[in-house]
Design a protein around this ligand. Structure first.
Ligand SMILES: [Zn+2]
Length: 261
C-alpha cells in the first residue's frame, strides 16, 4: 500500500486539532510506502497543523567528563572512545537518526527554525515563541509553553518511549534531573536539567487512552493526546508512586539512581 499526500492530509485533519500547536514524534516507515518520502509527510504536517514542532536532538555532541557531580547516573571517565567521536554542536548539525527522518527533513524546510540547545534542540514551523522559550537550563520549556497554549502531542507510529513531553511532566512532579555535557565551538557546556530514561513510559498509556484521538493512515496508527491531560496523568502517577514510569532494565543507570533516592 502506498500512502499519498492526500491520505496524510485527510488523516491528520481527522484528528480535529483546529489551530492547536503540536509536538510530533514520528516514524515515516510506520506508514508503509510514502509517495514523495519524508518531504510529503512534512508538507502534510505543515499544511494541517498551525504550528508544528519536532525534536532535533543531537546526542553526537555529548561528552562524558572525567569528573562531575555525584548521584548523576553516569560513569565519569568511561566515555573516552565516544568523546573522541563527539562532534561540535552547530545549528546546522543534523538531528540524530534516532528521531527518524521527519524531524531532519522539517529542520531544512524553507520556513522552519531551530532552537540552539546543544543536545536537545527543537525545530518547527510557526513555532518561534515556543523555540525562543528554550534556554540552556530550561531546555524543555517549549513543551511547557505548548501545554499552556492547549497544545497536543502527535505520535505517528511510535509509542510513549519517545514522548519527550512526559519528561517535562516528570520534572514538574519533582523527579530528579541529571547533568550532561556538550561539545560546542565555545568549549564544553554543562547542560543541567537533563531528563531520566524513557524506556518505561508506555505504562502511562492506560491512564490517557480516553483522551487520545486515533486515526489510521496507511499502516500507521497516529494518535494525538492533549498535553494538559498527559501532564496531569504523569504527575498523578508519580505523586502516588515515586517509582512510576521507570524501566525494568537492571543496568539502567538513571532509573536505578532514581530508585536509590
Ligand atoms: Zn531506565
Amino acid at each position: 500500500m502506498t500512502v499519498r499526500l492526500r491520505d496524510l492530509l485527510l488523516g491528520f485533519r481527522d484528528l480535529r486539532l483546529g489551530k492547536a500547536p503540536v509536538i510530533v514524534h514520528s516514524s515515516l516507515k510506520s506508514f508503509g510506502q510514502v509517495e514523495g518520502g519524508p518531504e510529503t509527510a512534512v508538507n502534510a504536517l505543515g499544511s494541517i497543523f498551525a504550528s508544528v514542532m519536532v525534536p532535533t536532538f543531537t546526542y553526537k555532541a555529548m561528552i562524558t567528563p572525567l569528573a562531575g557531580p555525584a548521584e548523576n547516573a553516569i560513569t565519569y571517565g568511561s566515555g573516552a572512545d565516544l568523546n573522541r567521536m563527539a562532534e561540535f554542536f552547530t545549528p546546522k548539525m543534523p538531528a540524530d537518526p534516532l528521531m527518524g527522518i521527519i524531524p531532519e527533513t522539517l529542520r531544512k524546510y524553507p520556513h522552519a527554525k531551530r532552537s540552539s540547545h546543544p543536545i536537545q534542540s527543537f525545530a518547527g514551523i510557526n513555532t518561534d515563541k515556543f523555540l525562543e522559550s528554550q534556554t540552556l537550563t530550561a531546555h524543555l520549556a517549549p513543551l511547557g509553553l505548548l501545554e499552556q497554549s492547549d497544545g497536543w502531542v502527535v505520535l505517528i507510529g511510535v509509542d510513549h518511549t519517545v514522548n519527550t513531553s512526559i519528561h517535562y511532566a516528570e520534572k514538574l512532579a519533582g523527579r530528579k534531573q541529571f547533568v550532561r555535557w556538550a561539545l560546542t565551538p565555545k568549549g564544553v557546556v554543562e547542560c543541567p536539567g537533563f531528563p531520566g530514561c524513557s524506556a518505561g513510559f508506555n505504562a502511562i498509556a492506560p491512564d490517557i487512552d480516553k483522551f487520545a484521538r486515533k486515526v489510521q493512515i496507511g499502516d500507521s496508527t497516529v494518535q494525538a493526546i492533549p498535553l494538559k491531560m498527559l501532564f496531569k496523568a504523569v504527575i498523578t502517577r508519580i505523586n502516588k508512586d515515586p517509582l512510576a514510569l521507570l524501566c525494568q532494565q537492571e543496568d539502567c543507570e538513571r532509573c536505578n539512581q532514581i530508585r536509590k533516592l
